[in-house]
Design a protein around this ligand. Structure first.
Ligand code: FAD
Length: 502
């Protein structure tokens, strides 16, 4: 292509002819799960070369595209790409959007712009790793330089090894090892301008990511601000106060802002864990936040890292039991029960509140995620994969590592997992962690009139109490789908059969 004829955007956004010599071919920065301008290693490496830059996003489909995003994640991606595209435009550039096979899209953009280099940040799920390796080989074959970087993790999965040379399978020693050796690298600045060729592009709306017919996302807008600015605002707001009470409040779902709400921002790389580590450790050093709150928060960030270690070494984490003993688990098939769980109609208020929060907002509090996951796999004796798939579709933070790792953790089949025989009691969990009932009353308003004493077990209220609260059980709110005691016994018996198969 005639590089001089390629359209260039100036800092003010006006189109001008390239002033760069033909000897400075552009660099393509291929953005994927790293939709941010600050502290972005691939972007920074490109900017340092002082060459034209093509900012590219490829909506991959086809064989090597990996697991298709769920509906809620697509909603997030749509807004995140739009915010990212606006941020790039403010620096004089363009987010070029393509859809299709990764290599074919890259080829097209290379041909159109004359780029000779492609930079990206690494991904860790098996299909994505395979696709990236294939694409890298393809680019090398055609004489294009391809380089990848780490933007997504504090420490990549192959770096920290146990004394015997294996990967960490237990969280606490992993956390200790990481904390002892990790130092966040210096922050990489946000580019001051981003100019380069503006190849043909799809509109983000062409990707069809926003749900239509029906649009179930109406509750999402009030809560979320996808994009880099939204991510940084969340981190700052969290460190400005809630972090102090985090060690205690993080388990109380009724507490607004008890946790950071950063998970979808991390999922799409609008903020990276190194930025969080740096900000939190400097706030602790400056005495701006307490060590208790700061370290507890960072340890949760490291649970995410631990999940990535598991995913890297067990690429089938979402499809197969990490502990193969669970291959013999006599899971039940029960569509109506699964449906009742999905729609928040189990008759156990803390479970139903969680499932409705998930549907309405695309997010669920961590304590309640554990309760609903335990309920599905133990009280209902349904395979954890049913729940993992539902979460994958409905969470805005659905993550290829944290979702299956956490499901397997709760189900008992995972690494360093909660033992299967520890069955969460949804009544006492509700009473303990939602003692004033704020969470259940918000998401199950039909039982809001019940006194606290009966709120987590409406069937224990007498007729008079129910009628004063305006409830007919089985009509306004479901009767319990299973009896807690007998469901628990059934789960334990199932687990016994599994043990006998060893
Ligand atoms: P905070 O408490 O503010 O924590 C800060 C960050 O640390 C989170 O954003 C997240 O990135 C990380 N983190 C915290 N807890 C965990 C954890 N247990 N495992 C891994 N990372 C953690 N998290 C996801 O990001 N995506 C998922 O798909 C996901 N699926 C889950 C499924 C189940 C069954 C369970 C029990 C947990 C799951 N989690 C998942 C972990 C956790 O529930 C969420 O990360 C957390 O609720 C997000 O809210 P937050 O950002 O306010 O968390």
């Amino acid at each position: 292509p005639n590089r001089l004829a390629v359209r260039m955007f100036s800092d003010t956004g006006n189109i001008r002819k390239s002033a760069l010599p033909a000897s400075a071919p552009p660099i393509i920065v291929w953005f994927r799960e790293d939709l941010r301008l600050s502290d972005n290693p691939a972007l920074h490496a490109a900017v340092r070369q002082e060459r034209p830059i093509v900012c590219l996003y490829i909506h991959m489909n086809g064989e090597n595209a990996g697991r298709p995003l769920g509906g809620a994640s697509q909603w997030w991606l749509d807004k995140s790409l739009k915010a990212f595209s606006r941020d790039i435009e403010q620096l004089g550039g363009q987010l070029t959007v393509q859809a299709g096979d990764g290599s074919a899209c890259l080829d097209r953009v290379i041909d159109e712009t004359g780029a000779d280099t492609v930079y990206w940040n690494r991904r860790y799920a098996a299909a994505e790793r395979d696709a990236d390796a294939e694409i890298k080989a393809h680019l090398k074959d055609r004489g294009i330089d391809a380089e990848s970087f780490n933007a997504r993790l504090l420490v990549e999965p192959w770096v920290l090894k146990t004394g015997s040379g294996g990967f960490y399978k237990v969280f606490t020693p992993f956390w200790k090892a990481l904390r002892a050796c990790y130092e966040a690298p210096a922050a990489l600045p946000r580019p001051k301008s981003l100019t380069g060729p503006a190849p043909e592009t799809l509109r983000i709306d062409d990707l069809g990511l926003h749900p239509e017919k029906p649009d179930w996302s109406t509750g999402f807008d009030a809560i979320w601000s996808p994009g880099e600015t939204g991510a940084l605002n969340r981190l700052n707001a969290f460190l400005d106060g809630p972090v102090e009470a985090y060690p205690e409040e993080r388990d109380h779902p009724g507490k607004e802002d008890g946790t950071s709400g950063l998970s979808p921002h991390l999922r799409f790389g609008e903020i990276g864990p190194a930025q969080i580590w740096r900000t939190v450790t400097s706030a602790m050093e400056a005495g701006r936040i307490s060590e208790d709150g700061g370290w507890k928060f960072l340890s949760e960030i490291v649970w995410r890292e631990f999940s990535y270690v598991l995913l890297y070494y067990r690429p089938d984490l979402a499809e197969a039991n990490y502990n193969s003993d669970f291959d013999h688990m006599p899971w039940r098939t029960d569509e109506p029960a699964l449906k009742a769980w999905q729609t928040g109609q189990t008759g156990y208020p803390i479970v139903d509140a969680g499932m409705r929060q998930l549907w309405e907002t695309g997010w669920m509090h961590n304590r309640v995620r554990m309760i609903v996951a335990s309920f599905l796999t133990k009280h209902l004796l349904l395979n954890w994969q049913n729940g993992e798939a539902w979460f994958w579709d409905t969470l805005v933070d659905a993550d290829p590592a944290s979702n299956p790792a956490s499901w397997q953790w709760t189900a008992g089949s995972g690494a360093d997992a909660a033992p299967y025989f520890r069955v969460f009691n949804p009544i006492t969990q509700g009473q303990k962690f939602d003692a004033d009932g704020a969470y259940v009353r918000r998401w199950c308003p039909e039982i809001a009139g019940l006194p606290d004493k009966h709120l987590h077990s409406p069937w224990t209220a007498d007729e008079q109490t129910l009628s004063r609260a305006g409830i007919t059980l089985g009509e306004d709110y479901p009767c319990p789908l299973v009896d807690h005691k007998s469901a628990r016994e059934r789960a334990l018996e199932a687990y016994e059969t599994l043990k006998s198969q060893r």
